[in-house]
Design a protein around this ligand. Sequence first.
Ligand code: FAD
Ligand code: MLT
Ligand code: ZN
Length: 509
Amino acid sequence: MYRPLASISNKFRNINNFSSIERSYQSSKALPDLTKDRYAVQRGDFSEIKNSDIKHFESILSSSRCITDKSDIESYNVDFLGAVRGYSQVLLKPKTTEEVSTILQHCNSRKLAVCSQGGNTGLVGGSVPVFDEVILSMQLMNKIEHVDEMAGILVCQSGCILEKLEEHVSERGLCMPIDLGAKGTCHIGGNVSTNAGGLRLLRYGNLHGNVLGIEAVKADGTILDLMSNFKKDNTGYHLKHLFIGSEGTLGVITKLAIACPTASKAKNVAFLGLESYDALLKTFLAAKRDLGEILSACELIDSESLKVSTQQYNLTSPISEYPFYLLLETSGSNAEHDEEKVSNFLEAAMNRGDILDGTVSSEGNKVAQMWQLRESIPTALIKEGYVFKYDISLPLSHFYEIVPVMRERVGDLAIRVCGYGHIGDSNLHLNVSCTEFNDNIYKRVEPFVYEYTSKLRGSISAEHGIGFLKTNYLKYSKQPEALDLMKELKTMMDPNGILNPYKVLPRNT
Ligand code: FAD
Ligand code: MLT
Ligand code: ZN
């Protein structure tokens, strides 16, 4: 039975907060194949690094920030998923915009390819080199410059870790408009470069709306000051948007200003068990209607997804097993008002028979534990071996259908096929886990998943971006004319094509 607000389940175990996920690909696993071999890619017409280049970089950064030791570079060459691997021999760690500019000037004049890297938590193979691109790590560009508490604006360098920013602004009564499971490792610059979505998008919208200003360095080293501290600025073309979501292919983001909303005083999280997708959809629509402005997150978790997170991290679900779970969060300014609203909503949904079981809490620790069950799913799946990950936008009327279809297609070849994600934003994460990369599964899921999504006029990348892994499928979400314009923009802004080559744009164009 559903436990009402007053008698919250005590089933929660005290688990440690592990929001800081493993920093990189698990070193205990064998290294993945080199990308060039697994995906048969041809190296572009770029120069190779010479000793004179290294000397030049050392003169800009000193030798401690120009790293050439193979073992020190290894984890920067492999992505978080262990899906792609390059073999760069140079890792640069600038601290200032001027250093980034001088590095790019040199790379552009020498035609050396460059891969910008934030926290390396990207899930589409965009953050690591494909061949021997110079890795430009932004991790030392981690200064918080300023918080305007009155206006709710944070100005910082792009290499700041999202969780650190959240801590910093929360001490001032604000919050970051973005939150995701990788918060302990990902950079705000990486978030902006991927236009990451995450768990708060339902409430605050995406980064195109929240990023107020950007400083970026173009391929030729030109520093572009597009900083602004205002939400309203209609002075000509909105150039900052070119950098939001362009995954390091049009410039390197060095600094930004971001709107930080006032932190909510009252939070409730409900973890609900449901019999079917139909019941879940009904509950979500009722939540939008009945909770209105206080609804701040809405996440679907299927039974296989909850299983993997509880099994791999030894977590306990607060309710018994159901085919589907819905995690609902409300954030508001008046605890009493919000609790009453949540109570009424849950009671009505229970009475209709839409919700079979559930628990709800406003206590920090329990709220965190419920979120932990959801946020642990991606890394729990990676622990199983290899994951084929799909991040698609689909109409709600067909949202979950692809999961059983995929189960049927891959049969016993996979360990698990599961679906979870941001149903509040029509964004499904379809995952197929197996012991190791398997060409047989690969061929069964791709391009099928993209064709399926395209037929429903969905998006083949709702929030993770295109990176390296999806370049050849971009055509399923973009018309040829749009792809041509993207190509023209790239040529105009980066004529030598040195910035994150082999990423975003289809390889055969
Ligand atoms: P990286 O992975 O290092 O880089 C990503 C891309 O941005 C690359 O193309 C890189 O070249 C480019 N880049 C990085 N920094 C810069 C810069 N300063 N200038 C120019 N280009 C740059 N994503 C979501 O959208 N929503 C989620 O809910 C979500 N949850 C996640 C949970 C987990 C556990 C994990 C592992 C990942 C998750 N992701 C999610 C994916 C990932 O965390 C995001 O894409 C994140 O924004 C990447 O940030 P990063 O700093 O790690 O960037
Ligand atoms: C999430 O919502 O957990 C992330 O986007 C990561 C993933 O898709 O696994
Ligand atoms: Zn997501």
